[in-house]
Write a protein of this length. Structure first.
Length: 298
């Protein structure tokens, strides 16, 4: 006996009621998600489809952040069959390296990270901050709350060529984490201020300073790519202050970068803590290679 086909499901109706919006706390702006096939994405926000008012998730691919995607919210998180079994189509992908920030709401962390996404940031952007957390995690460096807050906020305010970036970023610490113990906030703010001179004045600052300088020890091609990012970030400011353009501007940037890093290399040690002792030699080699002096005065 052949059973009659089941009647098609009646499409859900939506009326614009806020109660229809998804209640998943992970569907917030900036939250990283992983597609079941492996792609990395980030939520932009929640919207509605104009045709039927169905709630939708707006998201972007990490590999192409300029392109926005839109998918019905119930489809975004629905389970799909895979060789591994049934899994969500998209699942939250919070980095393990950010576990040291679990004392903060994830929305707070994402709001601060969003400050690093301004278009003129080529070096002092989100990638740099997340890399600092990832390096600490990979090297077994346990960041306490003050250190973790300092890493998160240390470049939150950044204008190329401005002398007040670090004090302004330090002042932001209290604003983004008002519920945190004031002693912790005070330590975090001072560590952020220490990143201006890269001289530790408070307990725990040395670890954060080592993380901040970690890119100096990158392989030569990666180091050069970072230098290109620094140039792109400062190009307009440097051109306005010097009146130079083209190759002359690039040469002036190279001279200034070599002088700055060469002066830094006059210190007895660039890296101050045991987990980063192996970074000393490659960092000094990179500085010598670009024309700075990699030899300390010690």
């Amino acid at each position: 006996m052949t059973l009659p086909p089941e009647p098609p499901a009646t499409p859900a109706e939506f009326h614009g009621d806020p109660a229809e919006l998804p209640g998943d706390p992970n569907l917030i702006a900036g939250m990283p998600y992983r597609h079941h096939k492996g792609g990395a994405y980030a939520v932009v926000g929640i919207g509605r489809l104009e045709a039927d008012l169905a709630p939708a998730v707006v998201y972007r691919a990490m590999r192409d952040p300029a392109l926005l995607w839109v998918r019905r919210a119930d489809v975004f998180t629905e389970p799909v069959a895979t060789p591994r079994g049934e899994v969500p189509r998209f699942a939250p992908d919070w980095p393990a390296a950010l576990a040291c920030l679990d004392f903060l709401p994830r929305k707070t962390v994402l709001d601060v990270l969003a400050l690093y996404d301004t278009p003129y940031r080529h070096y002092h952007g989100r990638r740099h901050v997340l890399e600092m957390f990832e390096v600490a995690h990979a090297r077994g460096v346990a960041l306490d709350p003050a250190q973790a807050l300092a890493v998160l906020c240390h470049d939150a305010v950044y204008v190329p060529g401005c002398e007040h970036n670090e004090p302004a970023s330090a002042a932001l610490v209290e604003t983004v984490a008002p519920e945190v113990d004031r002693t912790v906030l005070g330590r975090a703010a001072q560590i952020v201020r220490d990143t201006r001179t890269h001289t530790p004045t408070i307990d725990g600052a040395d670890t954060v300073l080592d993380l901040d300088l970690f890119r100096l020890a990158a392989p030569p091609d990666v180091f050069d790519a970072h230098s290109a990012d620094v140039f792109a970030e400062n190009r307009a400011m440097l051109a306005a202050r010097t009146g130079l353009h083209g190759d002359a501007l690039l040469a002036e940037f190279g001279r200034r970068r070599a002088a700055f890093l060469g002066e830094l290399a006059q210190r007895p040690r660039l890296f101050l803590t045991p987990p980063f002792a192996d970074c000393e030699a490659p960092a000094r080699a990179n500085i010598v290679r670009i024309g700075g002096s990699g030899v300390s005065r010690a």
